[in-house]
Design a protein around this ligand. Structure first.
Ligand SMILES: *Cc1c(COP(=O)(O)O)cnc(C)c1O
Length: 408
């Protein structure tokens, strides 16, 4: 028997089934026209962001990292809830524009920005978080050709990392950002070239559940930004402090205590060095805002036994939920939170493995889990599916195609 991850708070049973937004899993599947299906809850996203705002100092703006979930209706919903959007490609810019989002609220980070992407972003008035001196030169050339003043910030490769972070993106040699020691000269070059200087972006890691580690990183980010602002010799208009707030995926994971993070950040903001006194601060979060508000529903199409083990074979799998299968940046596979949606809240009666419909042993949604007895036709729910699900999985693998998505 292997433990399942913790089911996020806020999911209830209705008529013996998992309900989301007051509607049962079966109703939602019928409404959407079938499985597999991602369901995202407006109410849960709004509540999450309201709680976060209540915990954080009012001076801190909250940005959404679009790569977590770029579903159009969700982006439109987020427009009314967050202060800005962070993108990592021209494709994500096109998605935001299709959702009617003001490009002035958007910043664009990511290595390997192509000229066409830079051009579209600069023409629209997006802030570019420059990742290298070469990219800075290309951005200035493109702006000159377009006859516009570009909004330019620099992404700094910090000399520290977010402790306990699921994905380390700072500290030492990295393809991301400009090393701190090369940054001041580049900033002065941009200012001298007549760009609108927008400040710094410092992202040190992702998926941290340790509040103390996040507090330490935020303090390091502020200290580094203050030092760099002094070296540049110009005030820092904006500082994107990164993010890294994680969500519990696995057995034993404990939700982040945002109260202590907000209190520590309030203290920091109350004693800022002079170079940061007039700076606008933001954090950029993906999974923390939307991850727990999404559920992936898939139907059991076969039940079989092999060498004494029970397999529940579903019509979904890793092509929609790569992370739940354990193949998206994890070293040891552990079970995500999962339930039989049509027996929600029922006692566990047997040990079963839930697998996908792909012909590969990698396609596992739950390994040797304690579950109520489920049969062909029952629905399985995989939780924590609101981020890095549909858009971060190989939907075309084995000719399967994408899952449905609805925002309710
Ligand atoms: C991926 C990424 C994020 C979002 O990460 P989450 O863990 O989803 O919050 C934010 N900023 C940058 C620069 C990223 O690369």
């Amino acid at each position: 028997m292997k433990p399942l991850g913790p089911i996020p708070a806020g999911f209830e049973a209705l008529d013996g089934e998992l309900a989301i937004g007051g509607r049962t899993a079966s109703e939602l599947v019928a409404q959407a026209g079938g499985t597999p299906l991602f369901v995202y809850s407006r109410e849960m996203i709004a509540r999450r962001i309201a709680d976060l705002r209540a915990a954080m100092p009012p001076r801190l703006a909250i940005h959404y990292a679009v790569k977590a979930n770029p579903f159009g209706p969700l982006l439109r919903e987020m427009a009314g809830l967050v202060d800005g959007f962070d993108i990592a490609s021209g494709g994500e810019l096109a998605m935001l524009r299709a959702a009617g989002i003001d490009a002035a609220k958007v910043s664009f980070a990511g290595p390997g920005k192509r000229d066409a992407e830079l051009e579209a972003a600069i023409a629209a008035g997006v802030t570019i978080n420059l990742e290298s001196a070469n990219e800075a030169r290309r951005a200035l050339e493109i702006s000159a050709r377009l006859g516009v003043t570009p909004r330019l910030a620099i992404r700094v490769n910090p000399d520290f990392e977010l402790r306990g972070s699921g994905m380390k993106m700072g500290g030492g040699a990295k393809p991301f950002g400009v090393d701190a020691d090369q940054m001041p000269a580049l900033a002065r070059y941009l200012i001298d070239a007549g760009a609108q200087w927008c400040g710094l972006h410092i992202f040190a890691g992702s998926q941290a559940l340790d509040a103390e580690a996040l507090i330490e990183t935020q303090a390091n980010v502020l200290a580094l930004a203050a030092r760099l602002a002094d070296e540049i010799g110009a005030p820092l208009p904006k500082l994107n402090m990164g993010g890294g707030f994680g969500i519990p995926y696995f057995n034993g994971d404990v939700p982040l205590d945002i109260g202590v993070i907000g209190a520590a950040l309030t203290d920091q903001f109350n004693s800022l060095p002079e170079s940061l006194e007039n700076t606008q601060f933001c954090i950029e979060l993906g999974r923390y805002l939307v991850g727990e508000a999404g559920v992936y529903l898939t139907r059991i199409v076969d039940r079989k036994t092999s060498h004494g083990q029970t397999y529940l074979v579903t019509d979904g799998g890793l092509h929609h939920q790569l992370a739940a299968s354990g193949n998206f940046g994890t070293v040891v596979r552990r079970n995500y939170p999962l339930a039989i949606a049509t027996r929600f809240g029922a006692e566990a009666e047997e040990e079963a493995s839930v697998v996908g419909c792909l012909c590969t042993p990698l396609d596992r949604l739950a390994d040797q889990a304690a579950l109520p007895r489920a049969d062909v036709g029952d629905l399985v729910a995989v939780f924590c599916a609101g981020a890095y699900g549909a858009s971060a999985s190989p939907a075309m693998f084995l000719g399967q195609g994408p899952a449905g998505e609805i925002l309710i």
